[in-house]
Write a protein that binds this ligand. Structure first.
Ligand code: AMP
Length: 105
């Protein structure tokens, strides 16, 4: 989607390094980490938030969380999905935060 920063990242516009990628999603480091490890799982399809996400895609994204944490050897972690501005969502392209180590939020 035009003007969506995460769509631009997925498109490779900023040369962002992906920690993990498959047909459904990419995973990259949060630019402003709130933990020793702070990753974002982002669907390739532009979905604004969890309210607009199909159950099928939600399941695929959880599967990506499991795959990337296993790949990176992250055994203990917190996941977070902000849904809506009032809840703290800043980027309106669905993403799952993965936080591990010393967590500041
Ligand atoms: P949220 O508040 O749940 O919408 O989280 C958005 C997250 O995206 C924040 O933690 C930001 O630090 C992160 N973020 C914004 N722009 C970028 C970017 N260009 N690359 C990586 N992370 C970003």
């Amino acid at each position: 989607m035009k003007d969506c920063i995460f769509c631009k990242i997925i498109n490779g516009d900023f040369g962002t390094e992906f920690v993990y990628e498959d047909e459904n999603a990419v995973v990259f480091k949060d630019i402003n980490p709130k933990a020793d490890i702070h990753l974002l799982v982002v669907p390739k399809e532009h979905v604004a938030d969890l309210n607009e996400c199909s159950d099928e895609l939600a399941g695929k994204l959880i599967s990506v969380v499991k795959k990337v944490t296993e790949k990176e050897g992250i055994k203990s972690y917190k996941t977070l999905i902000n849904t809506g501005k009032a809840a703290g969502q800043e980027v309106f392209h669905l993403h799952i935060h993965i936080l591990s180590g010393k967590i500041k939020i």
